[in-house]
Ligand binder design. Sequence first.
Ligand code: UDP
Length: 480
Amino acid sequence: MENKPLPPHVFIFPLPYQGPMNSMFNLAELLCLEGLHITFLVTEYIHSRLLTSTDIQSRFNSYPGFQLRSVSDGLPDDHPRSGEKFVEVFDSLELKTKPLLKHMLLTSSGGLRRPVTCIIADGILGFTCDVAKEIGIPIIYFRTLSPCCLWVFFCLPKLIDAGELSLDQSDNMDRLVKNVPGTESFLRRRDLPRFGTFGDLADKTLQLSKKEGQENPRALGLILNTFEELDGPILSHIRTFCPNLYTIGPLHAHLKAKLSPQTTSLESSSSSLWNEDWSCMTWLDSQPSKSVIYVSFGSIATLTKAQLIEFWYGLVNTGFKFLWVIRPDIVAGKDWESQISQDLSEGTKQRGYIVGWVPQKEVLAHPAVGGFLTHSGWNSTLESICGGVPMICWPYFLDQQVNSRFVSEVWKLGLDMKDSCDRVVVENMVKELMEVRREEFSHRAEEMAQVAKRCLSDGGSSFCNLHRLVRDIEDMMIQD
Ligand code: UDP
């Protein structure tokens, strides 16, 4: 009997943060469903968190071709690895993990697995391309942030040369930006990605975003978590830099569309770094359709005590029911809990449900949710789009400033509350989204959710692009 050739072996290396990792795990599972073998490399820190908060192994149990491996990120155990410390994490990965990567790549075969035939790495980790080229393995990048922000990153050299980033707080932040082609009529200075210190051109995250963006064309292609119908005009600009794009998103919905309901339970599809509190789903079950505003600022954003209290009053004062994720580390210190006044506690008891971490995709797909007050992280934005839920955007940093402008001005899927955190503004925005312009936003959001759904079905843009990606990965194997 003729032996069936072994499938391609893809080595995946995500950025060690919740959002990018969620996208990469979804991609990994999609590739497993196509019969590919996967080695998924996470840092030891992420690995131990995954083991305590979720049963990641059981998620991939049904794919014998999948293996999870871990590697040191080179940082001491007590390092916070927070969003603010991103540059330290990046530097350590480059200095300490890069030398280990070659060994991991060369020792991931064995058993029924062929040697690695393709690497998919987060496109901010440019050093992975050096390793790939050194050992002669083809590499594809995955940029897990929004394409609209990626395009701004590609334009950073022009923006810096033209002085459009050398701003201080006294500049007119509502002036339109001239050096991001395709966005001249709506992108304001305040919508530019926010790095560490405002207007500081030497900021390391800014410099890193610029440098890594310029190097993205070194890879054979670029995977993006979006769909052509959402980001078409921006994608045509990005293609002038990186012609070979694989737009295969929204990935979480793409995966859901490919999995039959019997193959997985919802709980087992998680890659959360916090324990998911599913009790909120029961609470949502008892609420009327589109009556709840869901509030979450993702996995990295932090709030000051003052901001927390403003949001709290704003939400309670709307009179709407709210489901709010207050991550254990969202506010530095615990003393804020003692500042919650009697009237806030009372209003929360009547109308609120507060949890530390929720199964967000499921929350956004629940019929009781009528609006999402979000920090505009790219995964959250896509999950909201797929759930047909309009947004109020309160961006924190990086791509979120750009995303929120696209949500409000380009896609007309909600309101942008950036640079303001005041209880009256919060209250008014929630009322505008959930009451005054409810019909308009709901209609628009439902329409976009349908478009997203269509691109994932047979013959749709993301459906076809995933097939092209798989074919290209297979071809890499034939050539070697
Ligand atoms: N998330 C979640 N439960 C929560 C809050 C967030 O599962 O209570 C998930 C959310 O579904 C998304 C990710 O965490 O997939 C956050 O990624 P995003 O890109 O939106 O923002 P980031 O955390 O990277 O700022």
